[in-house]
Design a protein around this ligand. Sequence first.
Ligand code: BG6
Length: 483
Amino acid sequence: MSFPKGFLWGTSISAEQAEGAWDEGGKSPVQIDYATAGSTKEHRLIWFENADGTRGSMGLWGHLPKGAKYRIFDDLHYTNHVACDFYHHWREDLDLFAEMGFTTFNTSVAWSRIYPYGIQGGVNKEGVEFYRQVFTRARELGMDPVITLYKYDEPVYFEETYGGWSNRAMIDEFVEFARVCFTEYKGLINKWMGFNEINILMAFGLNNETAQLRFEELHNQIIASARTAKLAHEIDPDLRIGAMLCGLCTYPLTPDPEDVMANYEYFQNIFCYCGDAMLRGAYPTFAKRIWDKYGVTLDITEEDKVIMKEGVADFLGFSYYMSNCITTHTDGTPVGGNMQMGFANPYLKASDWGWQIDPTGYRYFLNLLWDRYQVPLFDVENGLGAFDKVEEDGSIHDTYRIDYHRAHIKALKQAVEEGVGIFGYTTWAGLDLVSAGTGQMEKRYGMIYVDMDDKGNGTLERKKKDSFFYIQKVYKSNGEDLD
Ligand code: BG6
């Protein structure tokens, strides 16, 4: 048997991509509530009204222009408002998860449901009770949930009040939110992760103009993470806190030493800058090279340094979908990917969204992370976004998704046999939900089909895809039956 007894199998979803109910239960708006869907080629847009009354839009991670206000326009459709409506379907969804053999389940707690208007507005009991019911039922069904505190969804209130994460007041707000979660769900949740894919602030759109603000925001999130980890250990020494990073796996496109060096630097910048800060308790020495390159000056206080040392994370959660190539040459073919742009690898095929499918890269990446950090790993996200077709009899033959998961779980098994210390694997995502990058419902990842399209047409009925039965077989055999 290669997978250890007790290995966690499950799925990952997130509050803002699954719950819907965007203005119910005392929840306050989040930025993504103002975003519409893109397509296979286009990312989504966030909409607002400018100070002069004209309509404006910006991409993800944009900042509202001065005087502008987020606004809902009646002629636009906002996919996150309903999403797959987990908020009203969670009982049925958890039953289906249990039927698939899940022993864990990852979602995020919406800050906007717990503290919709920050500390001054007080705790929203309805939000606290919503998650208590979900977590209690998940436990009754045999799942040991691993929960994320933050998945790109702070209340808009914070942007309006503090201007966002560059303001250190956000740290106290976040730590207080975490405190409520750790105490309210003590005994129900034993493993938490702070910021989902904290390193994406280093990915898209980092340039000389954005860098100063980005690094300040990131530093504040790193300090908030460390304080949260320390707090969790004080509240309950048995709580385990994970760092969670986007697994951006890359290769040099050619054997040119310049490409090899560029690729290594990319890994340092995009992954290890945050990984080292959170798992080794200090910024790595190469951080100076990055700050100098972008002309960034960071205010890292002596107190910050102590907090980073005291608040080291216990495990490393990460996502893995694909790989990309890095080159210094000009003749590569640019391709997209999860939170990154890179160059096409002639040995790999890509999804309809241009993400290059690479199970061997998964084994490589697992080994790389284990060798560098030597802390327990947890794969929070692995999956294939695809268009699915519902047959006349209601069946969905998603063999491409089965092939994807089979190849990746085989690679995971090999890595485990090679000694990589990993304690769980959760697919992205158990049920179809809104894509983070494109805002589409029709970029489907689920083993459970949800009848909802990008325009808001659909009954929200759940249907089992062929992959449902495949994952069930794999999970119930503890990863042994992979054929
Ligand atoms: C991960 C994010 O990086 O990628 C998820 O944590 C996201 O939130 C997933 O959904 C897949 O990306 P996308 O853009 O296809 O939804």
